[in-house]
Design a protein around this ligand. Structure first.
Ligand code: 13P
Length: 249
């Protein structure tokens, strides 16, 4: 059985008070579930989030990290800094990092390597842009993002990896991939991993879908056999919506 995961990527939202308020609502409302529930607040509120969730099963993740051990990287955060405050899960490769901050596949591969070397859990994001889907290149784009970002890992390292397929055209747009489109791509991703490694690696990795997941569409998307949960943006900022999505898993 693969781990089911619902993760909230809060992006650049919620100040300290808002973070504490949302986490206290979530702690009270999240149902008993076998799914892993993860929240990723902004860096400055990670420590407060860890404190607020001390008695909760909700995990705290970072939205990014640098690949270097330490040093002259103004404004950056290292893996050790995260682990030092008890954060051992990190989102890497979000499309906003790729497009607004120029993070390339090579750069992301280095981050993945550092995180895995440190025994962190990586939620690795990837997905095609609208033009790439329209021109029917979405499978080759996804294949190359996986290959360039992750296939340097050996099979054993894959226990640290969670995948998040997020078609860029569905992020924050209100437009969702249909459950069939999500399933088709997730099956392709699993198959690509099986070919590069083996079926046990492919069958063990959780593949999340991200892109305008809401309470109204979560059940149908999560019902697909290769969809193991979701990476939620906008709807993770409201406790009722996020709890409803957790209940849909
Ligand atoms: P939305 O759910 O707001 O579309 O964002 C998805 C996302 O980017 C999660 O990482």
């Amino acid at each position: 059985m693969r781990t089911k995961i619902v993760a909230g990527n809060w992006k650049m939202n919620k100040n300290l008070e808002e973070t504490e308020a949302l986490l206290s609502e979530l702690s009270a409302k999240i149902p008993d579930t076998d799914a892993h529930v993860i929240v990723a607040p902004t860096f400055v509120n990670l420590e407060a989030a860890k404190r607020a969730l001390e008695a909760s099963t909700i995990e705290v993740a970072a939205q990014n990290m640098h690949f270097a051990e330490n040093g002259a990287y103004t404004g950056e955060i290292s893996a050790d800094m995260l682990m030092n405050i008890g954060v051992d899960t990190v989102i890497i490769g979000h499309s906003e990092r790729r497009s607004y901050f120029g993070e390339t596949d090579d750069f992301l591969a280095k981050k993945v390597k550092t995180a895995v070397d440190k025994q962190m859990k990586v939620i690795f994001c990837f997905g095609e842009e609208l033009e790439e889907r329209k021109s029917n290149n979405h499978f080759s784009v996804v294949e190359s993002q996986l290959k360039n970002g992750l296939f340097h890992l050996d099979a054993k390292a894959w226990k640290h990896i969670v995948l998040a397929y997020e078609p860029v055209w569905a992020i924050g747009t209100g437009e969702t991939a249909s459950p069939e489109q999500a399933q088709e791509m997730h099956a392709f991703i699993r198959n690509t991993i099986a070919k590069a490694y083996n079926t046990s690696v492919a069958n063990a990795v959780s593949i999340l879908y991200g892109g305008s997941v809401k309470p109204s569409n979560a059940t149908e998307i999560f019902s697909k056999p290769d969809v193991d949960g979701g990476l939620i943006g906008g709807a993770s900022l409201n406790s009722d919506d996020f709890v409803a999505i957790v209940k849909a898993i």
